[in-house]
Design a protein around this ligand. Structure first.
Ligand SMILES: [Zn+2]
Ligand SMILES: [Zn+2]
Length: 279
C-alpha cells in the first residue's frame, strides 16, 4: 500500500476537523472530496471535548457520534480509501482515549491557578492573557506555554505533538516575544528534550497558513532542526478545517523538511506508523 505511484497517493493528512468540532464539513464530505482528488488515505482528529472551553463546553460532548460516524465511513468507503480514527486531545481534557488509531496531543490552554486560560485565539485575546496573567511579559507567557507542553506525556500516550509552537500564531504580525532570542529558543528546546523518547512524532502543520494567520508552518525552522537532532519523526498535516485545505501546501512542507535534513516522513497504515521517503 506504500508503493503508490501517483502523487496524491503520497498525501495523508492526519489532522482533520469536521462539523463535530470546529470544521466546516461533515466527515463524509471530506472523504468524498479527498477521493475525488485521488487521495487514498486520511485520518480524522476531532477535538476532544473540553468542558472548560467557552466555545465547545456549552455545546456538549459529541465524541461518541463523531467516533461512530468515522467508523461507519471507514467501512462504507473501505474499497476506495483508508480512513483512520484519531483524536486531537487537548492536554487538560482527559478524554477516554481507547479505540483510536492514533492520538495527537495538543496544548490550547494554560492552567493558571484553577483557571483554564485559552490562548489559541485572536491577537487581542492573546494580549489580554499576557496583560492579565503575565504582567505584560510576553516571554514569560511563551515560557509558561513550553513548560505546559513539556507535561504532555503525563496526560496520555500520544503519537503526535500538535502544532509544537502554536504560541507563535500571531508572530508574523504582532511580536509578543522575540522568537529568535536564546531565551525563547531555550524554552522551546527544553520542551523538545522533555518530550524526547515519549512522543515519537511531531507535525509539520500548515493550518495557520491556510487560515491566513501565518506565512510559515508550525514549527519554526529552528525548532524543526532541533526536533530532527533529537530523533523525532515527522508527519505533514494541514490542521484541516475546510475540505479544500486537505493537502494545503504539502509540497512546500516537504521542501522545508528536506532543507532541515529530513529524508522521510511518516504515514499511518494498518500496521501502524511507517516511514516513507520525502521526495
Ligand atoms: Zn489544535
Ligand atoms: Zn487541530
Amino acid at each position: 500500500m506504500l508503493t503508490a505511484s501517483t502523487h496524491n497517493n503520497n498525501i495523508q493528512n492526519l489532522h482533520t476537523h469536521t462539523k463535530y468540532c470546529d470544521g466546516a464539513d461533515t466527515p463524509e464530505e471530506v472523504v468524498l472530496y479527498a477521493i475525488k482528488k485521488g487521495i487514498s488515505s486520511i485520518g480524522f482528529s476531532g477535538h476532544s471535548y473540553m468542558s472548560y472551553s467557552k466555545t465547545f463546553g456549552p455545546l456538549g460532548d459529541h465524541t461518541e457520534e463523531y467516533k461512530n460516524d468515522v467508523l461507519m465511513l471507514k467501512e462504507k468507503y473501505k474499497d476506495r480509501m483508508k480512513i483512520y480514527l484519531g483524536l486531537e486531545v487537548d492536554m487538560f481534557s482527559r478524554p477516554d482515549m481507547q479505540d483510536y488509531d492514533y492520538l495527537i496531543g495538543s496544548v490550547h490552554y494554560l492552567k493558571i491557578g484553577e483557571e483554564y486560560v485559552c490562548f489559541d485565539t485572536d491577537a487581542s485575546g492573546v494580549n489580554s492573557v499576557i496583560q492579565k496573567h503575565f504582567n505584560g511579559n510576553g516571554m514569560e507567557y511563551a515560557k509558561e506555554y513550553y513548560r505546559t507542553l513539556a507535561q504532555l506525556p503525563e496526560f496520555g500516550s500520544f503519537d503526535i505533538i500538535g502544532h509544537f509552537d502554536i504560541i507563535t500564531k500571531h508572530s508574523d504580525r504582532k511580536s509578543f516575544f522575540d522568537t529568535t532570542s536564546k531565551e525563547y529558543l531555550n524554552a522551546a528546546f527544553e520542551a523538545v528534550a522533555a518530550l524526547k523518547g515519549k512522543i515519537p512524532f511531531f507535525e509539520l502543520n500548515t493550518g495557520a497558513i491556510a487560515r491566513g494567520y501565518r506565512k510559515d508552518p508550525y514549527p519554526s525552522t529552528d525548532i524543526i532542526k532541533e526536533l530532527k537532532r533529537q530523533g523525532f519523526g515527522v508527519v505533514i498535516t494541514s490542521d484541516c478545517h475546510n475540505k479544500t485545505m486537505i493537502d494545503y501546501k504539502f509540497d512546500d512542507a516537504s521542501e522545508l523538511l528536506k532543507a532541515c535534513g529530513f529524508k522521510e516522513k511518516y504515514y499511518i497504515t494498518e500496521n501502524g506508523f511507517t516511514a516513507v521517503p520525502i521526495w
